[in-house]
Design a protein around this ligand. Structure first.
Ligand code: PEP
Length: 254
């Protein structure tokens, strides 16, 4: 049984004080018992504030939105895996479509980051997804297959198991257009089959695959009730603590 994992990708939003306010409200809204894994992914500058605001709520994990693959050195503006560990970060989102399209990240770069994350005992949330043009051309499987094989090259079964994959159709990110539950399930099933080819079936069956792309309180439950959808990576709706708490609570008992 795979435990659902729901992550809040805040992107370039939230100052330290806004992040603190968010966590205070979110914890109140969420209440005591949650059966799913929750990860808050703030910008680097708000990670310490989120940790502080979480206090005893250590069942909620903290993630980062990116990192460099090198341990240290002359890489102005970059953040290393060890720096994230130092901030008690557990997960790191890698290969988000905004990083791929706006900052030129290739599968080869993403693969270096994925491997560096594992070396540093960080768990990657690897994002993959097709553009609208690629979907309309009938290239969804080709694109997903290439991204998965390229980004996960060289990982052993244990590292695969500790990797979360986020299927995020680019056309659904921040657009208000969500994949239908059927479209998402079809892509997730393909992702799982490909993971089995890269590794083996038993490993692929243990891996969690999140859906991302305009997830909101009113569509989250339907998406997450699909057999191969093991959680959500939420952008816009994760900036409101009440909406995000609703998404998390709505996924209970699925
Ligand atoms: C994302 O940025 O990963 C994302 C899915 O954004 P949104 O929920 O706003 O579409």
């Amino acid at each position: 049984m795979r435990k659902k994992i729901i992550a809040a990708n805040w992107k370039m939003n939230m100052t330290q004080s806004e992040a603190t306010g968010f966590i205070e409200t979110f914890l109140l809204e969420l209440g005591e018992s949650i059966e799913v894994e929750v990860v808050i992914v703030p910008p680097f500058t708000a990670i310490a504030a989120v940790n502080l605001a979480l206090g005893d709520a250590q069942h909620i994990k903290v993630g980062a939105q990116n990192m460099h693959w090198e341990r240290a050195g002359a890489f102005t503006g970059e953040i290393s895996p060890a720096m994230l560990r130092d901030l008690f970060v557990r997960y790191v989102v890698l290969g988000h479509s905004e990083r791929r399209t706006l900052f030129g990240e290739t599968d080869e770069m993403v693969n270096r980051k994925v491997r560096a994350a594992h070396e540093a005992m960080l768990r990657p949330i690897l994002c993959v997804g097709e553009t609208l043009e690629e979907r309309e051309r009938g290239d969804v499987e080709k694109v997903l297959g290439t991204q998965l094989r390229g980004s996960l090259a060289g990982l052993g079964a244990k590292e695969m198991q500790e990797t979360v994959v986020a299927y995020e159709p680019v056309w659904a990110i921040g657009t208000g257009k969500t994949a239908t539950a059927e479209q998402a399930q079809e892509a997730h099933a393909f992702v799982r089959r490909t993971l089995a080819e890269i590794s083996d079936k038993a490993t692929a069956d243990k891996m969690r695959i999140q859906y991302g792309g305009s997830v909101k309180p009113d569509n989250a439950r339907t998406l997450m009730s699909q057999p191969d959808i093991d959680g959500a990576l939420v952008g816009g709706a994760s900036l409101d603590p009440r909406s995000f708490a609703q998404i998390v609570k709505g996924s209970q008992e699925l």
